[in-house]
Design a binder for this molecule. Structure first.
Ligand code: GLC
Length: 740
């Protein structure tokens, strides 16, 4: 439709119809034959009866047939035939579950992330999705927070900006109405990852400078990349819930960043402003949210029940409602829904495209770039083909290797490591034992009861645990190498999954300790949704391969890396803490006045653990051995319009071929506000043949040196800088330069 036709449509709408566009509910209500509003889920929502066929969008219904059925049913009752929007959480894939976002970020390969987004967008778009609640670009520095598993950038704002732009453009393309494209809803605005103590939904309080320097840039990059939608976060930001934070939404997003798209609240977040103590009641919650500029109320009831009277009392509120509805109608128009309410939903295409062989093959390759080799003592990896392997652990024969947001993917379609190993090696060289469960009864029941699921009762749990351990010991004794597949339960990370203790569970540690006594090499394959404490097991392991939750093709991907068909190349995007007590920890920290660089007692440190992280940001090994040398700057002084060209030679001193991620960090040695000890300012992922040396070049320009200064201006300051280049954030070559 043309713009003027949209305006004409808006003018035809009744107030109920306008407000309906600003309400989002779960969509399966429309699948019920006799939608009995007075008793069904809508009753819990307490929506007025006439609201059902006025709501503007629904969430988390997928499947071409279902979506078309709902759209037909809805339009048959819609007076003005304004199509429903279908919005979904395609966090890491639809039917093909890809690695969880934190894993994707560890690929340090924008092409990998784009390709995953493209396949996910196509699978979901032909299955009915118009909007994807992704990317989540909440900077995440605290491993206790369960949602670090969704953070594409981990602890680094620069990565967040690079990845946010790539994902938004991959989802939206040049025209969101085109096949395989959908609206990107960037979330959660803002600074949700800074929840105090890593406890989900908890308080966020920081200076505007900290917010602008670290947390805002990835959201800003998504907006600049054209994201058509933003989701507000559950947390307060400096005393005011983000969802009714007028400074955040109206001043910063709409005016300063010129965001013209739609703002949707997170699930029930508008109503939750009452619990926050920021709204007296539901009526005020609705008023606060509309005044802040929230266009859609996701699954609360306050817009549906109170906006009408608020409009009748105050013309200004009705003006805001009109602006919100116009933004929503424009978005539907951009998607082409007025011409074709089904969008690109297509059952035939679904049958051909979903989980096709080509994409599964591609998925395996993409997945392999997300693995991080954390340890490889005495080059225990890659495995040799004829070694006698004892495959042990609760993840050895387990298809639950997709993350907690992979709710549309069928786990029964995932192979297990055992399945794949059986096909790869002679069964006489393969021994298998579970060794232990992922969690003991008390821990798994904590998860189940939180989900309202029936708890389990493991008869004679201790006896069973002893038996599993004994079985594992027996097969391990007969083996030459132990491959241990262990880690977190997939429901231990994701929303509302904060943990105060990020260690492996006792039963798994016990298994490691007992296997260690056999004096056989142990390679651990780690499944997890967050950095874990490993300082209490690492010394007993010869190899550690971090695979996160690798998704549908995870098992195949893992085996090919273990045997060296593919060389691991991932690098950590989040520091691994020594233990929970060290959280939050991140590489780009400030120095303090008493850095722990000597044994002097009065320095910034803990008495009982090391000060540095256990594994640093940017860290990851390879089967290659990369040597960095000859770091050179073409000049050591620059004015603001100059560029410094940085070169470094990287040599692959091995007979393996593989990728290396060469990272460039910069440190501003002093400023009007303190500056971090280093910040990532560039990276290049390069492929090396055996014994190949490459000269890698970076540029340093004034933009890289700018920061939010004491007057909250974004400027660079003259003075001395250091540039660090290396394969992680710790082992680097360095040079100095001056801005004058
Ligand atoms: C959830 C999450 C958000 C998700 C939304 C819709 O509570 O916070 O990330 O997109 O609700 O499911």
């Amino acid at each position: 439709m043309k713009e003027k036709e949209i305006i004409e449509l808006l003018n035809k709408m009744t107030l109920d119809e306008k407000i309906g566009q600003m309400v989002q509910i779960v969509g399966d209500i429309f699948l019920m034959d006799d939608i009995n509003i007075s008793t069904g889920p809508l009753k819990d929502l307490e929506l007025p009866d006439e609201m059902l066929y006025n709501v503007g969008s629904i969430l988390n219904v997928m499947g071409a047939q279902k979506v078309k059925k709902i759209q037909d049913k809805y339009l048959s009752k819609s007076r003005l035939k304004i199509p429903l929007l279908f919005m979904d959480d395609i966090i890491n894939g639809y039917k093909i579950a890809f690695p969880i976002p934190i894993a994707q970020g560890c690929s340090w390969n924008v092409e990998v992330i784009k390709k995953i987004a493209e396949i996910s967008a196509m699978e979901s778009n032909i299955s009915g999705a118009n909007v994807n609640f992704s990317p989540m670009v909440d900077l995440s520095r605290d491993a206790r927070w369960g949602r670090v598993m969704e953070s594409i950038e981990g602890e680094d704002s620069y990565l967040g900006q690079v990845y946010a732009e790539a994902i938004v453009k991959a989802y939206q393309g040049k025209d969101v109405s085109k096949l395989g494209h959908l609206v990107s809803c960037v979330k959660h605005v803002a600074a949700y990852g800074a929840a105090e103590a890593g406890r989900d939904y908890n308080t966020v309080d920081m200076s505007e400078r900290e917010f602008r320097q670290y947390y805002l840039p990835p959201y800003k990059a998504a907006i600049e990349a054209g994201a058509e939608m933003i989701m507000t976060s559950f947390n307060i930001l400096n005393g005011i819930p983000a969802t009714i934070n007028k400074w955040l939404i109206d001043e910063l997003l709409r005016k300063e960043l010129n965001f013209k798209g739609v703002v949707i609240s997170d699930y029930g977040a508008i109503e939750e402003t009452i619990a926050h103590g920021a709204s007296k009641d539901e009526r005020q919650a609705a008023l606060n949210a509309i005044n802040a500029g929230v266009d859609i109320d996701m699954m609360s009831k306050v817009y549906a029940n109170y906006l009408k009277e608020l409009c009748q009392e105050d013309k200004e509120v009705e003006n805001r409602v009109n602006k919100s509805v116009l933004r929503i109608l424009k978005l539907k128009n951009k998607l082409g829904l007025f011409e074709n309410p089904y969008g690109n939903t297509d059952e035939e295409k679904e049958k051909k495209y979903i989980m096709n062989k080509q994409n599964l093959k591609e998925a395996k390759k993409l997945t392999q770039e997300t693995f991080v080799l954390l340890k490889n003592k005495n080059k225990i990896l890659p495995l040799t083909k004829n070694s006698k392997i004892a495959l042990i652990g609760p993840y050895a024969d387990n298809n639950g290797i997709t993350g907690s947001w992979s709710m549309f993917s069928d786990r029964t379609k995932n192979h297990t490591i055992l399945d794949i190993l059986k096909k790869r090696i002679d069964t006489k060289n393969l021994l298998y034992a579970k060794g232990t469960e992922i969690l003991r009864e008390k821990d798994i029941n904590r998860i189940l009861s939180a989900e309202g699921l029936p708890i389990i009762n493991i008869e004679d749990e201790q006896e069973k645990e002893k038996y599993l351990l004994k079985e594992a010991i027996e097969i391990a004794k007969k083996s030459e190498i132990i491959v241990l597949a262990i880690g977190e339960h997939y429901k231990q990370s994701g929303e509302a999954c904060s943990r105060s203790n990020i260690s492996l569970p006792e039963n798994q540690i016990n298994l490691i300790n007992e296997l260690y006594k056999l004096n056989k090499p142990i390679v651990m394959i780690l499944f997890n949704g967050r950095p874990l404490q490993l300082n209490n097991v690492e010394d007993k392991l010869d190899g550690i391969l971090e695979v996160w939750f690798p998704g549908t093709t995870g098992a195949e991907a893992i085996i090919e890396v273990l045997f060296g068909d593919v060389n691991p190349s991932g690098k950590l995007t989040m520091s691994f803490p020594q233990n929970s007590g060290q959280c939050p920890i991140y590489y780009n920290h400030y120095n303090t006045g008493r850095p722990h660089v000597t044994d002097f007692r009065y320095v910034s440190r803990y008495q009982d653990i090391a000060t540095e992280s256990f594994y640093p940001f940017g860290y990851g090994l390879s089967y290659c051995n990369f040597k960095y040398k000859n770091l050179k700057l073409d000049k050591n002084k620059m004015k603001e319009n100059d560029i410094i060209y940085v070169t470094v030679e990287v040599e692959n001193q091995s007979d393996y071929e593989g990728y290396e991620v060469i990272q460039m960090y910069i440190q501003d040695l002093y400023g009007s506000v303190v500056r971090p000890v280093k910040e990532l300012k560039g990276f290049k992922k390069e492929y090396f043949k055996p014994y190949e040396t490459k000269k890698i070049e970076f540029k340093i320009d004034i933009e890289m040196l700018k920061f939010w200064n004491e007057c909250l201006e974004y400027k660079a300051e003259e003075g001395e800088f250091k540039v660090y280049i290396g394969g992680n954030s710790v082992n680097t070559l360095e040079e100095t330069f001056e801005l004058y």
